[in-house]
Design a protein around this ligand. Structure first.
Ligand SMILES: *Cc1c(COP(=O)(O)O)cnc(C)c1O
Ligand code: SF4
Length: 338
């Protein structure tokens, strides 16, 4: 059964309005879910370190009255975040040393990340961005010129990846301007967009946005970020199918999260539901060890056992690749099951 993500009063609101109306207090979100704040291990001081932000459409996919809802767990600031965990740090993936040129992170062969914005439509508690000064890396107009020059100069770069923050928070006009500049670079083959918006704010996928993608002569790849089948709805289906219809390749990355999706049945359902709406499972990431996220950790051994379970249940093309990011390496590190 697919839930209608948007309550009736949201159907006519555009994505900017929906973004502006996202929940930003623990109380409002709990009220909506018929949960009592005093019964939950919520932490106001955790929400001061990293604010609560949840689009209403995403909240509408949660089960009311369930304090253990897997979508709620991804966004609710709780006391566990204040606990110290051995081996967790503020820059676990080594992005700070890699950001040699403002706005560009060039760690892997042939691919550069373009950091366009530091903000997101949703604040995921497990995210490494929570402690990271992405605001300092925002792509101002001057930095944008420098970033484009960097890509032009290095002919080994075949793919530009819009990352962030969430690049789809940029306006269509800003995106279209960058796309036009990239279009002029002959050695670029692909433009990839890493975004959680097709899942958490599917209204962002407008006809105008799709038109700007299809004006590009480059192959466009969209990598969504969805961790649980409950995040998918009639609205995300509409957004994905609109992109697919225009030959945009769709992949998904998920993070393996304790209490959210650390279960073979849930992971199978995620793969099946993504595929049903045209999205191929790509990566399943081990958690990046960012300060304040220790309670989400699934050990490598547990992860490997889960992979064996799902491999026994799914066709090969629905099994995501289990990876971890290790600072200083030349690619994501695949973790193999034998
Ligand atoms: C994840 C990542 C990429 C993309 O890697 P793929 O394996 O091609 O998906 C590129 N650059 C950086 C810095 C990354 O973290
Ligand atoms: S970067 Fe992705 S995972 Fe992190 S808060 Fe933004 S949407 Fe969530």
């Amino acid at each position: 059964m697919l839930k209608q993500q948007n309550p009736a009063n949201f159907v006519h609101k555009n994505w900017q309005q929906q973004l502006a109306e996202a929940y930003n207090t623990i109380e409002d979100l709990c009220d909506f879910l018929n949960l009592s704040v005093t019964d939950l291990p919520v932490s106001v001081s955790a929400s001061k370190r990293f604010a609560l932000r949840v689009p209403r459409g995403f909240a509408a996919c949660m089960e009311k009255g369930n304090p253990h809802d897997p979508l709620l767990r991804q966004v609710l600031p709780i006391e566990d975040e204040l606990q110290f965990s051995q081996g967790f740090s503020d820059d676990p993936v080594g992005d700070l040393p890699a950001s040699t040129q403002a706005g560009v992170i060039h760690k892997y062969h042939g691919r550069v990340l373009l950091i366009n914005t530091g903000s997101c439509a949703i604040n995921c508690r497990y995210c490494f961005r929570r402690n990271f000064p992405y605001a300092d890396l925002q792509l101002s107009k001057q930095k944008q010129t420098a970033a484009i020059d960097y890509i032009k100069r290095d002919t080994s770069i075949s793919e530009v990846i819009f990352s962030g923050g969430d690049p789809l928070l940029l306006s269509d006009s800003r995106l279209s301007q960058i796309f036009e500049q990239l279009d002029g670079i002959a050695h670029l083959k692909r433009i990839r967009i890493h975004s959680r918006l097709p899942i958490v704010l599917p209204a962002r996928i407008t006809d105008e946005f799709i038109a700007l993608l299809t004006r590009s002569s480059k192959h466009i790849v969209m990598v969504t970020h969805c961790n649980h089948a409950n995040e998918l709805s009639a609205d995300t289906i509409r957004a994905s199918l609109a992109l697919k219809k225009h030959e945009i390749t769709l992949f998904n990355q998920a993070v393996l999260l304790k209490g959210v999706n650390d279960n073979a049945k849930i992971l199978c359902e995620l793969s099946e539901t993504l595929f049903a709406q045209g999205i191929i499972p790509y990566y399943l990431h081990l958690l990046d060890k960012a300060t304040g996220t220790g309670h989400f950790e699934v050990s490598k051994n547990e992860a490997l056992a889960l992979m064996q379970d799902i491999q026994a249940l799914l066709p090969g093309y629905l099994v995501p690749k289990l990876v971890e990011e290790i600072a200083g390496t030349l690619s994501k590190q695949a973790i193999f099951t034998y």
